[in-house]
Design a protein around this ligand. Structure first.
Ligand code: HEM
Length: 320
């Protein structure tokens, strides 16, 4: 998961993305289902980084089944569940959310088992620049023989499922929304094309290493993530100690939801928040950097991380 690890599997991402571009280019003049194309590509990118898998050719059907199941699974994860709010009700499974989710999880585990079995039969997977792929590293952790540091097969399947779900739906939703916003704002789309023509040239293909030279495209992605965060409440967090933040006591083991959807649309901090305006990220770029310890992506005034925490906490009141 390090930068070196990501660099080592760049070739897999390049291959899948070029395949998608070629595919779309070949359909000029006809209607295409962009959503399906993007999903299958992002799934192929994730699978190829994890175990060298791809969804080209006849396995594309499998990709569409994964798409349907993932979509349904994500809906179930986002649905308010009475059993979460009142844990004493959970044995009754009143809305059937848990049983439906379990059905999908067991289908995914079956699919991952077949991937693992095939790898064990064939030995090591495709070589990435000087390193083993993710699945190979997990399997080596399984064979350590030391109970403390080794991973069980169940844990390997859970990690792989986490990565497939975490890596595919998020990137797919972000690209789909970015394309939607650009189509709804032709003047912004024109700016993206002009930047690409000027920096890359219309006969060349964009490489990951070019991204730092494409500030407008980067601003489009940031603005898309601001208005349409793929995980609007993040994932639930749970403090393992009772903590006091800004005078509020957060009890040990309580479930915390961060409503980033509301934070990133808060008119107090974002001018005209519902407007798709990538330009806002071009002004004062340091404050709008979302990596490292800079939290200004969430909050644009002069306050630091603590105030951000406080702000988050205020938003949380209604969720407790
Ligand atoms: C637009 C792209 C993405 C977005 C917006 C996104 C967003 C998130 C968020 C909000 C969390 C929860 C962080 C927290 O509250 O602690 C998370 C966790 C995670 N993400 Fe992503 N993510 C993206 C891409 C990816 C990719 C490409 C992968 C892997 C290939 C990935 C794997 C994970 C994993 C493994 C976790 C931890 C899940 C856990 O704790 O069980 N994500 N991501």
């Amino acid at each position: 998961m390090s930068n070196n690890g990501l660099d080592a599997c760049y070739e897999f991402r390049r291959r899948e993305i070029r395949q998608m571009v070629k595919n779309i280019h070949g359909k000029i003049g006809s209607t295409i289902n962009l959503s399906e194309r993007i999903f299958l590509t992002m799934l192929s990118v994730t699978m190829s980084m994890l175990w060298g898998g791809s969804l080209n050719g006849e396995v594309a059907k499998l990709g569409l089944e994964i798409k349907d199941r993932l979509e349904e699974f994500m809906k179930l994860m986002g649905e308010p569940n009475l059993s979460d709010i009142f844990p004493m009700l959970s044995p009754f499974n009143l809305q059937g959310i848990e049983s439906k989710a379990k059905k999908h999880v067991s289908w995914f585990y079956g699919f991952l088992e077949s991937v693992i079995k095939q790898r064990m039969k064939l030995g090591e997977g495709p070589k990435m620049a000087d390193s083993k792929d993710f699945l190979q590293q997990l399997l080596e952790l399984n064979q350590r023989g030391d109970a403390k540091t080794s991973l069980s097969m169940m844990e390997i399947k859970a990690v792989l499922l986490d990565m497939v779900i975490g890596g595919t739906d998020t990137t797919f939703a972000t690209i789909e929304w970015a394309m939607t916003e650009l189509l709804r704002h032709p003047n912004k789309l024109r700016k993206v094309i002009e930047e690409l023509d000027a920096i890359i040239g219309d006969q060349n293909v964009v490489k990951e290493s070019n991204i730092s030279r494409l500030p407008y495209l980067t601003a489009v992605v940031k603005e898309t993530l601001r208005i349409h965060p793929p995980a609007p409440l993040l994932v639930p967090h749970m403090p393992n100690e009772t903590t006091v933040i800004a005078g509020y006591t957060i009890p040990k083991n309580s479930w915390i939801f961060f409503n980033v959807w509301a934070i990133q649309r808060d008119a107090e901090f974002w001018e005209d928040p519902l407007r798709f305006e990538p330009e806002r990220f071009l002004k004062d770029t340091e404050k709008r950097n979302y990596t490292g310890n800079s939290f200004h992506f969430f909050r644009l005034d002069q306050g630091g991380g603590f105030l951000l925490g406080f702000h988050w906490w205020r938003k949380l009141q209604c969720r407790f």
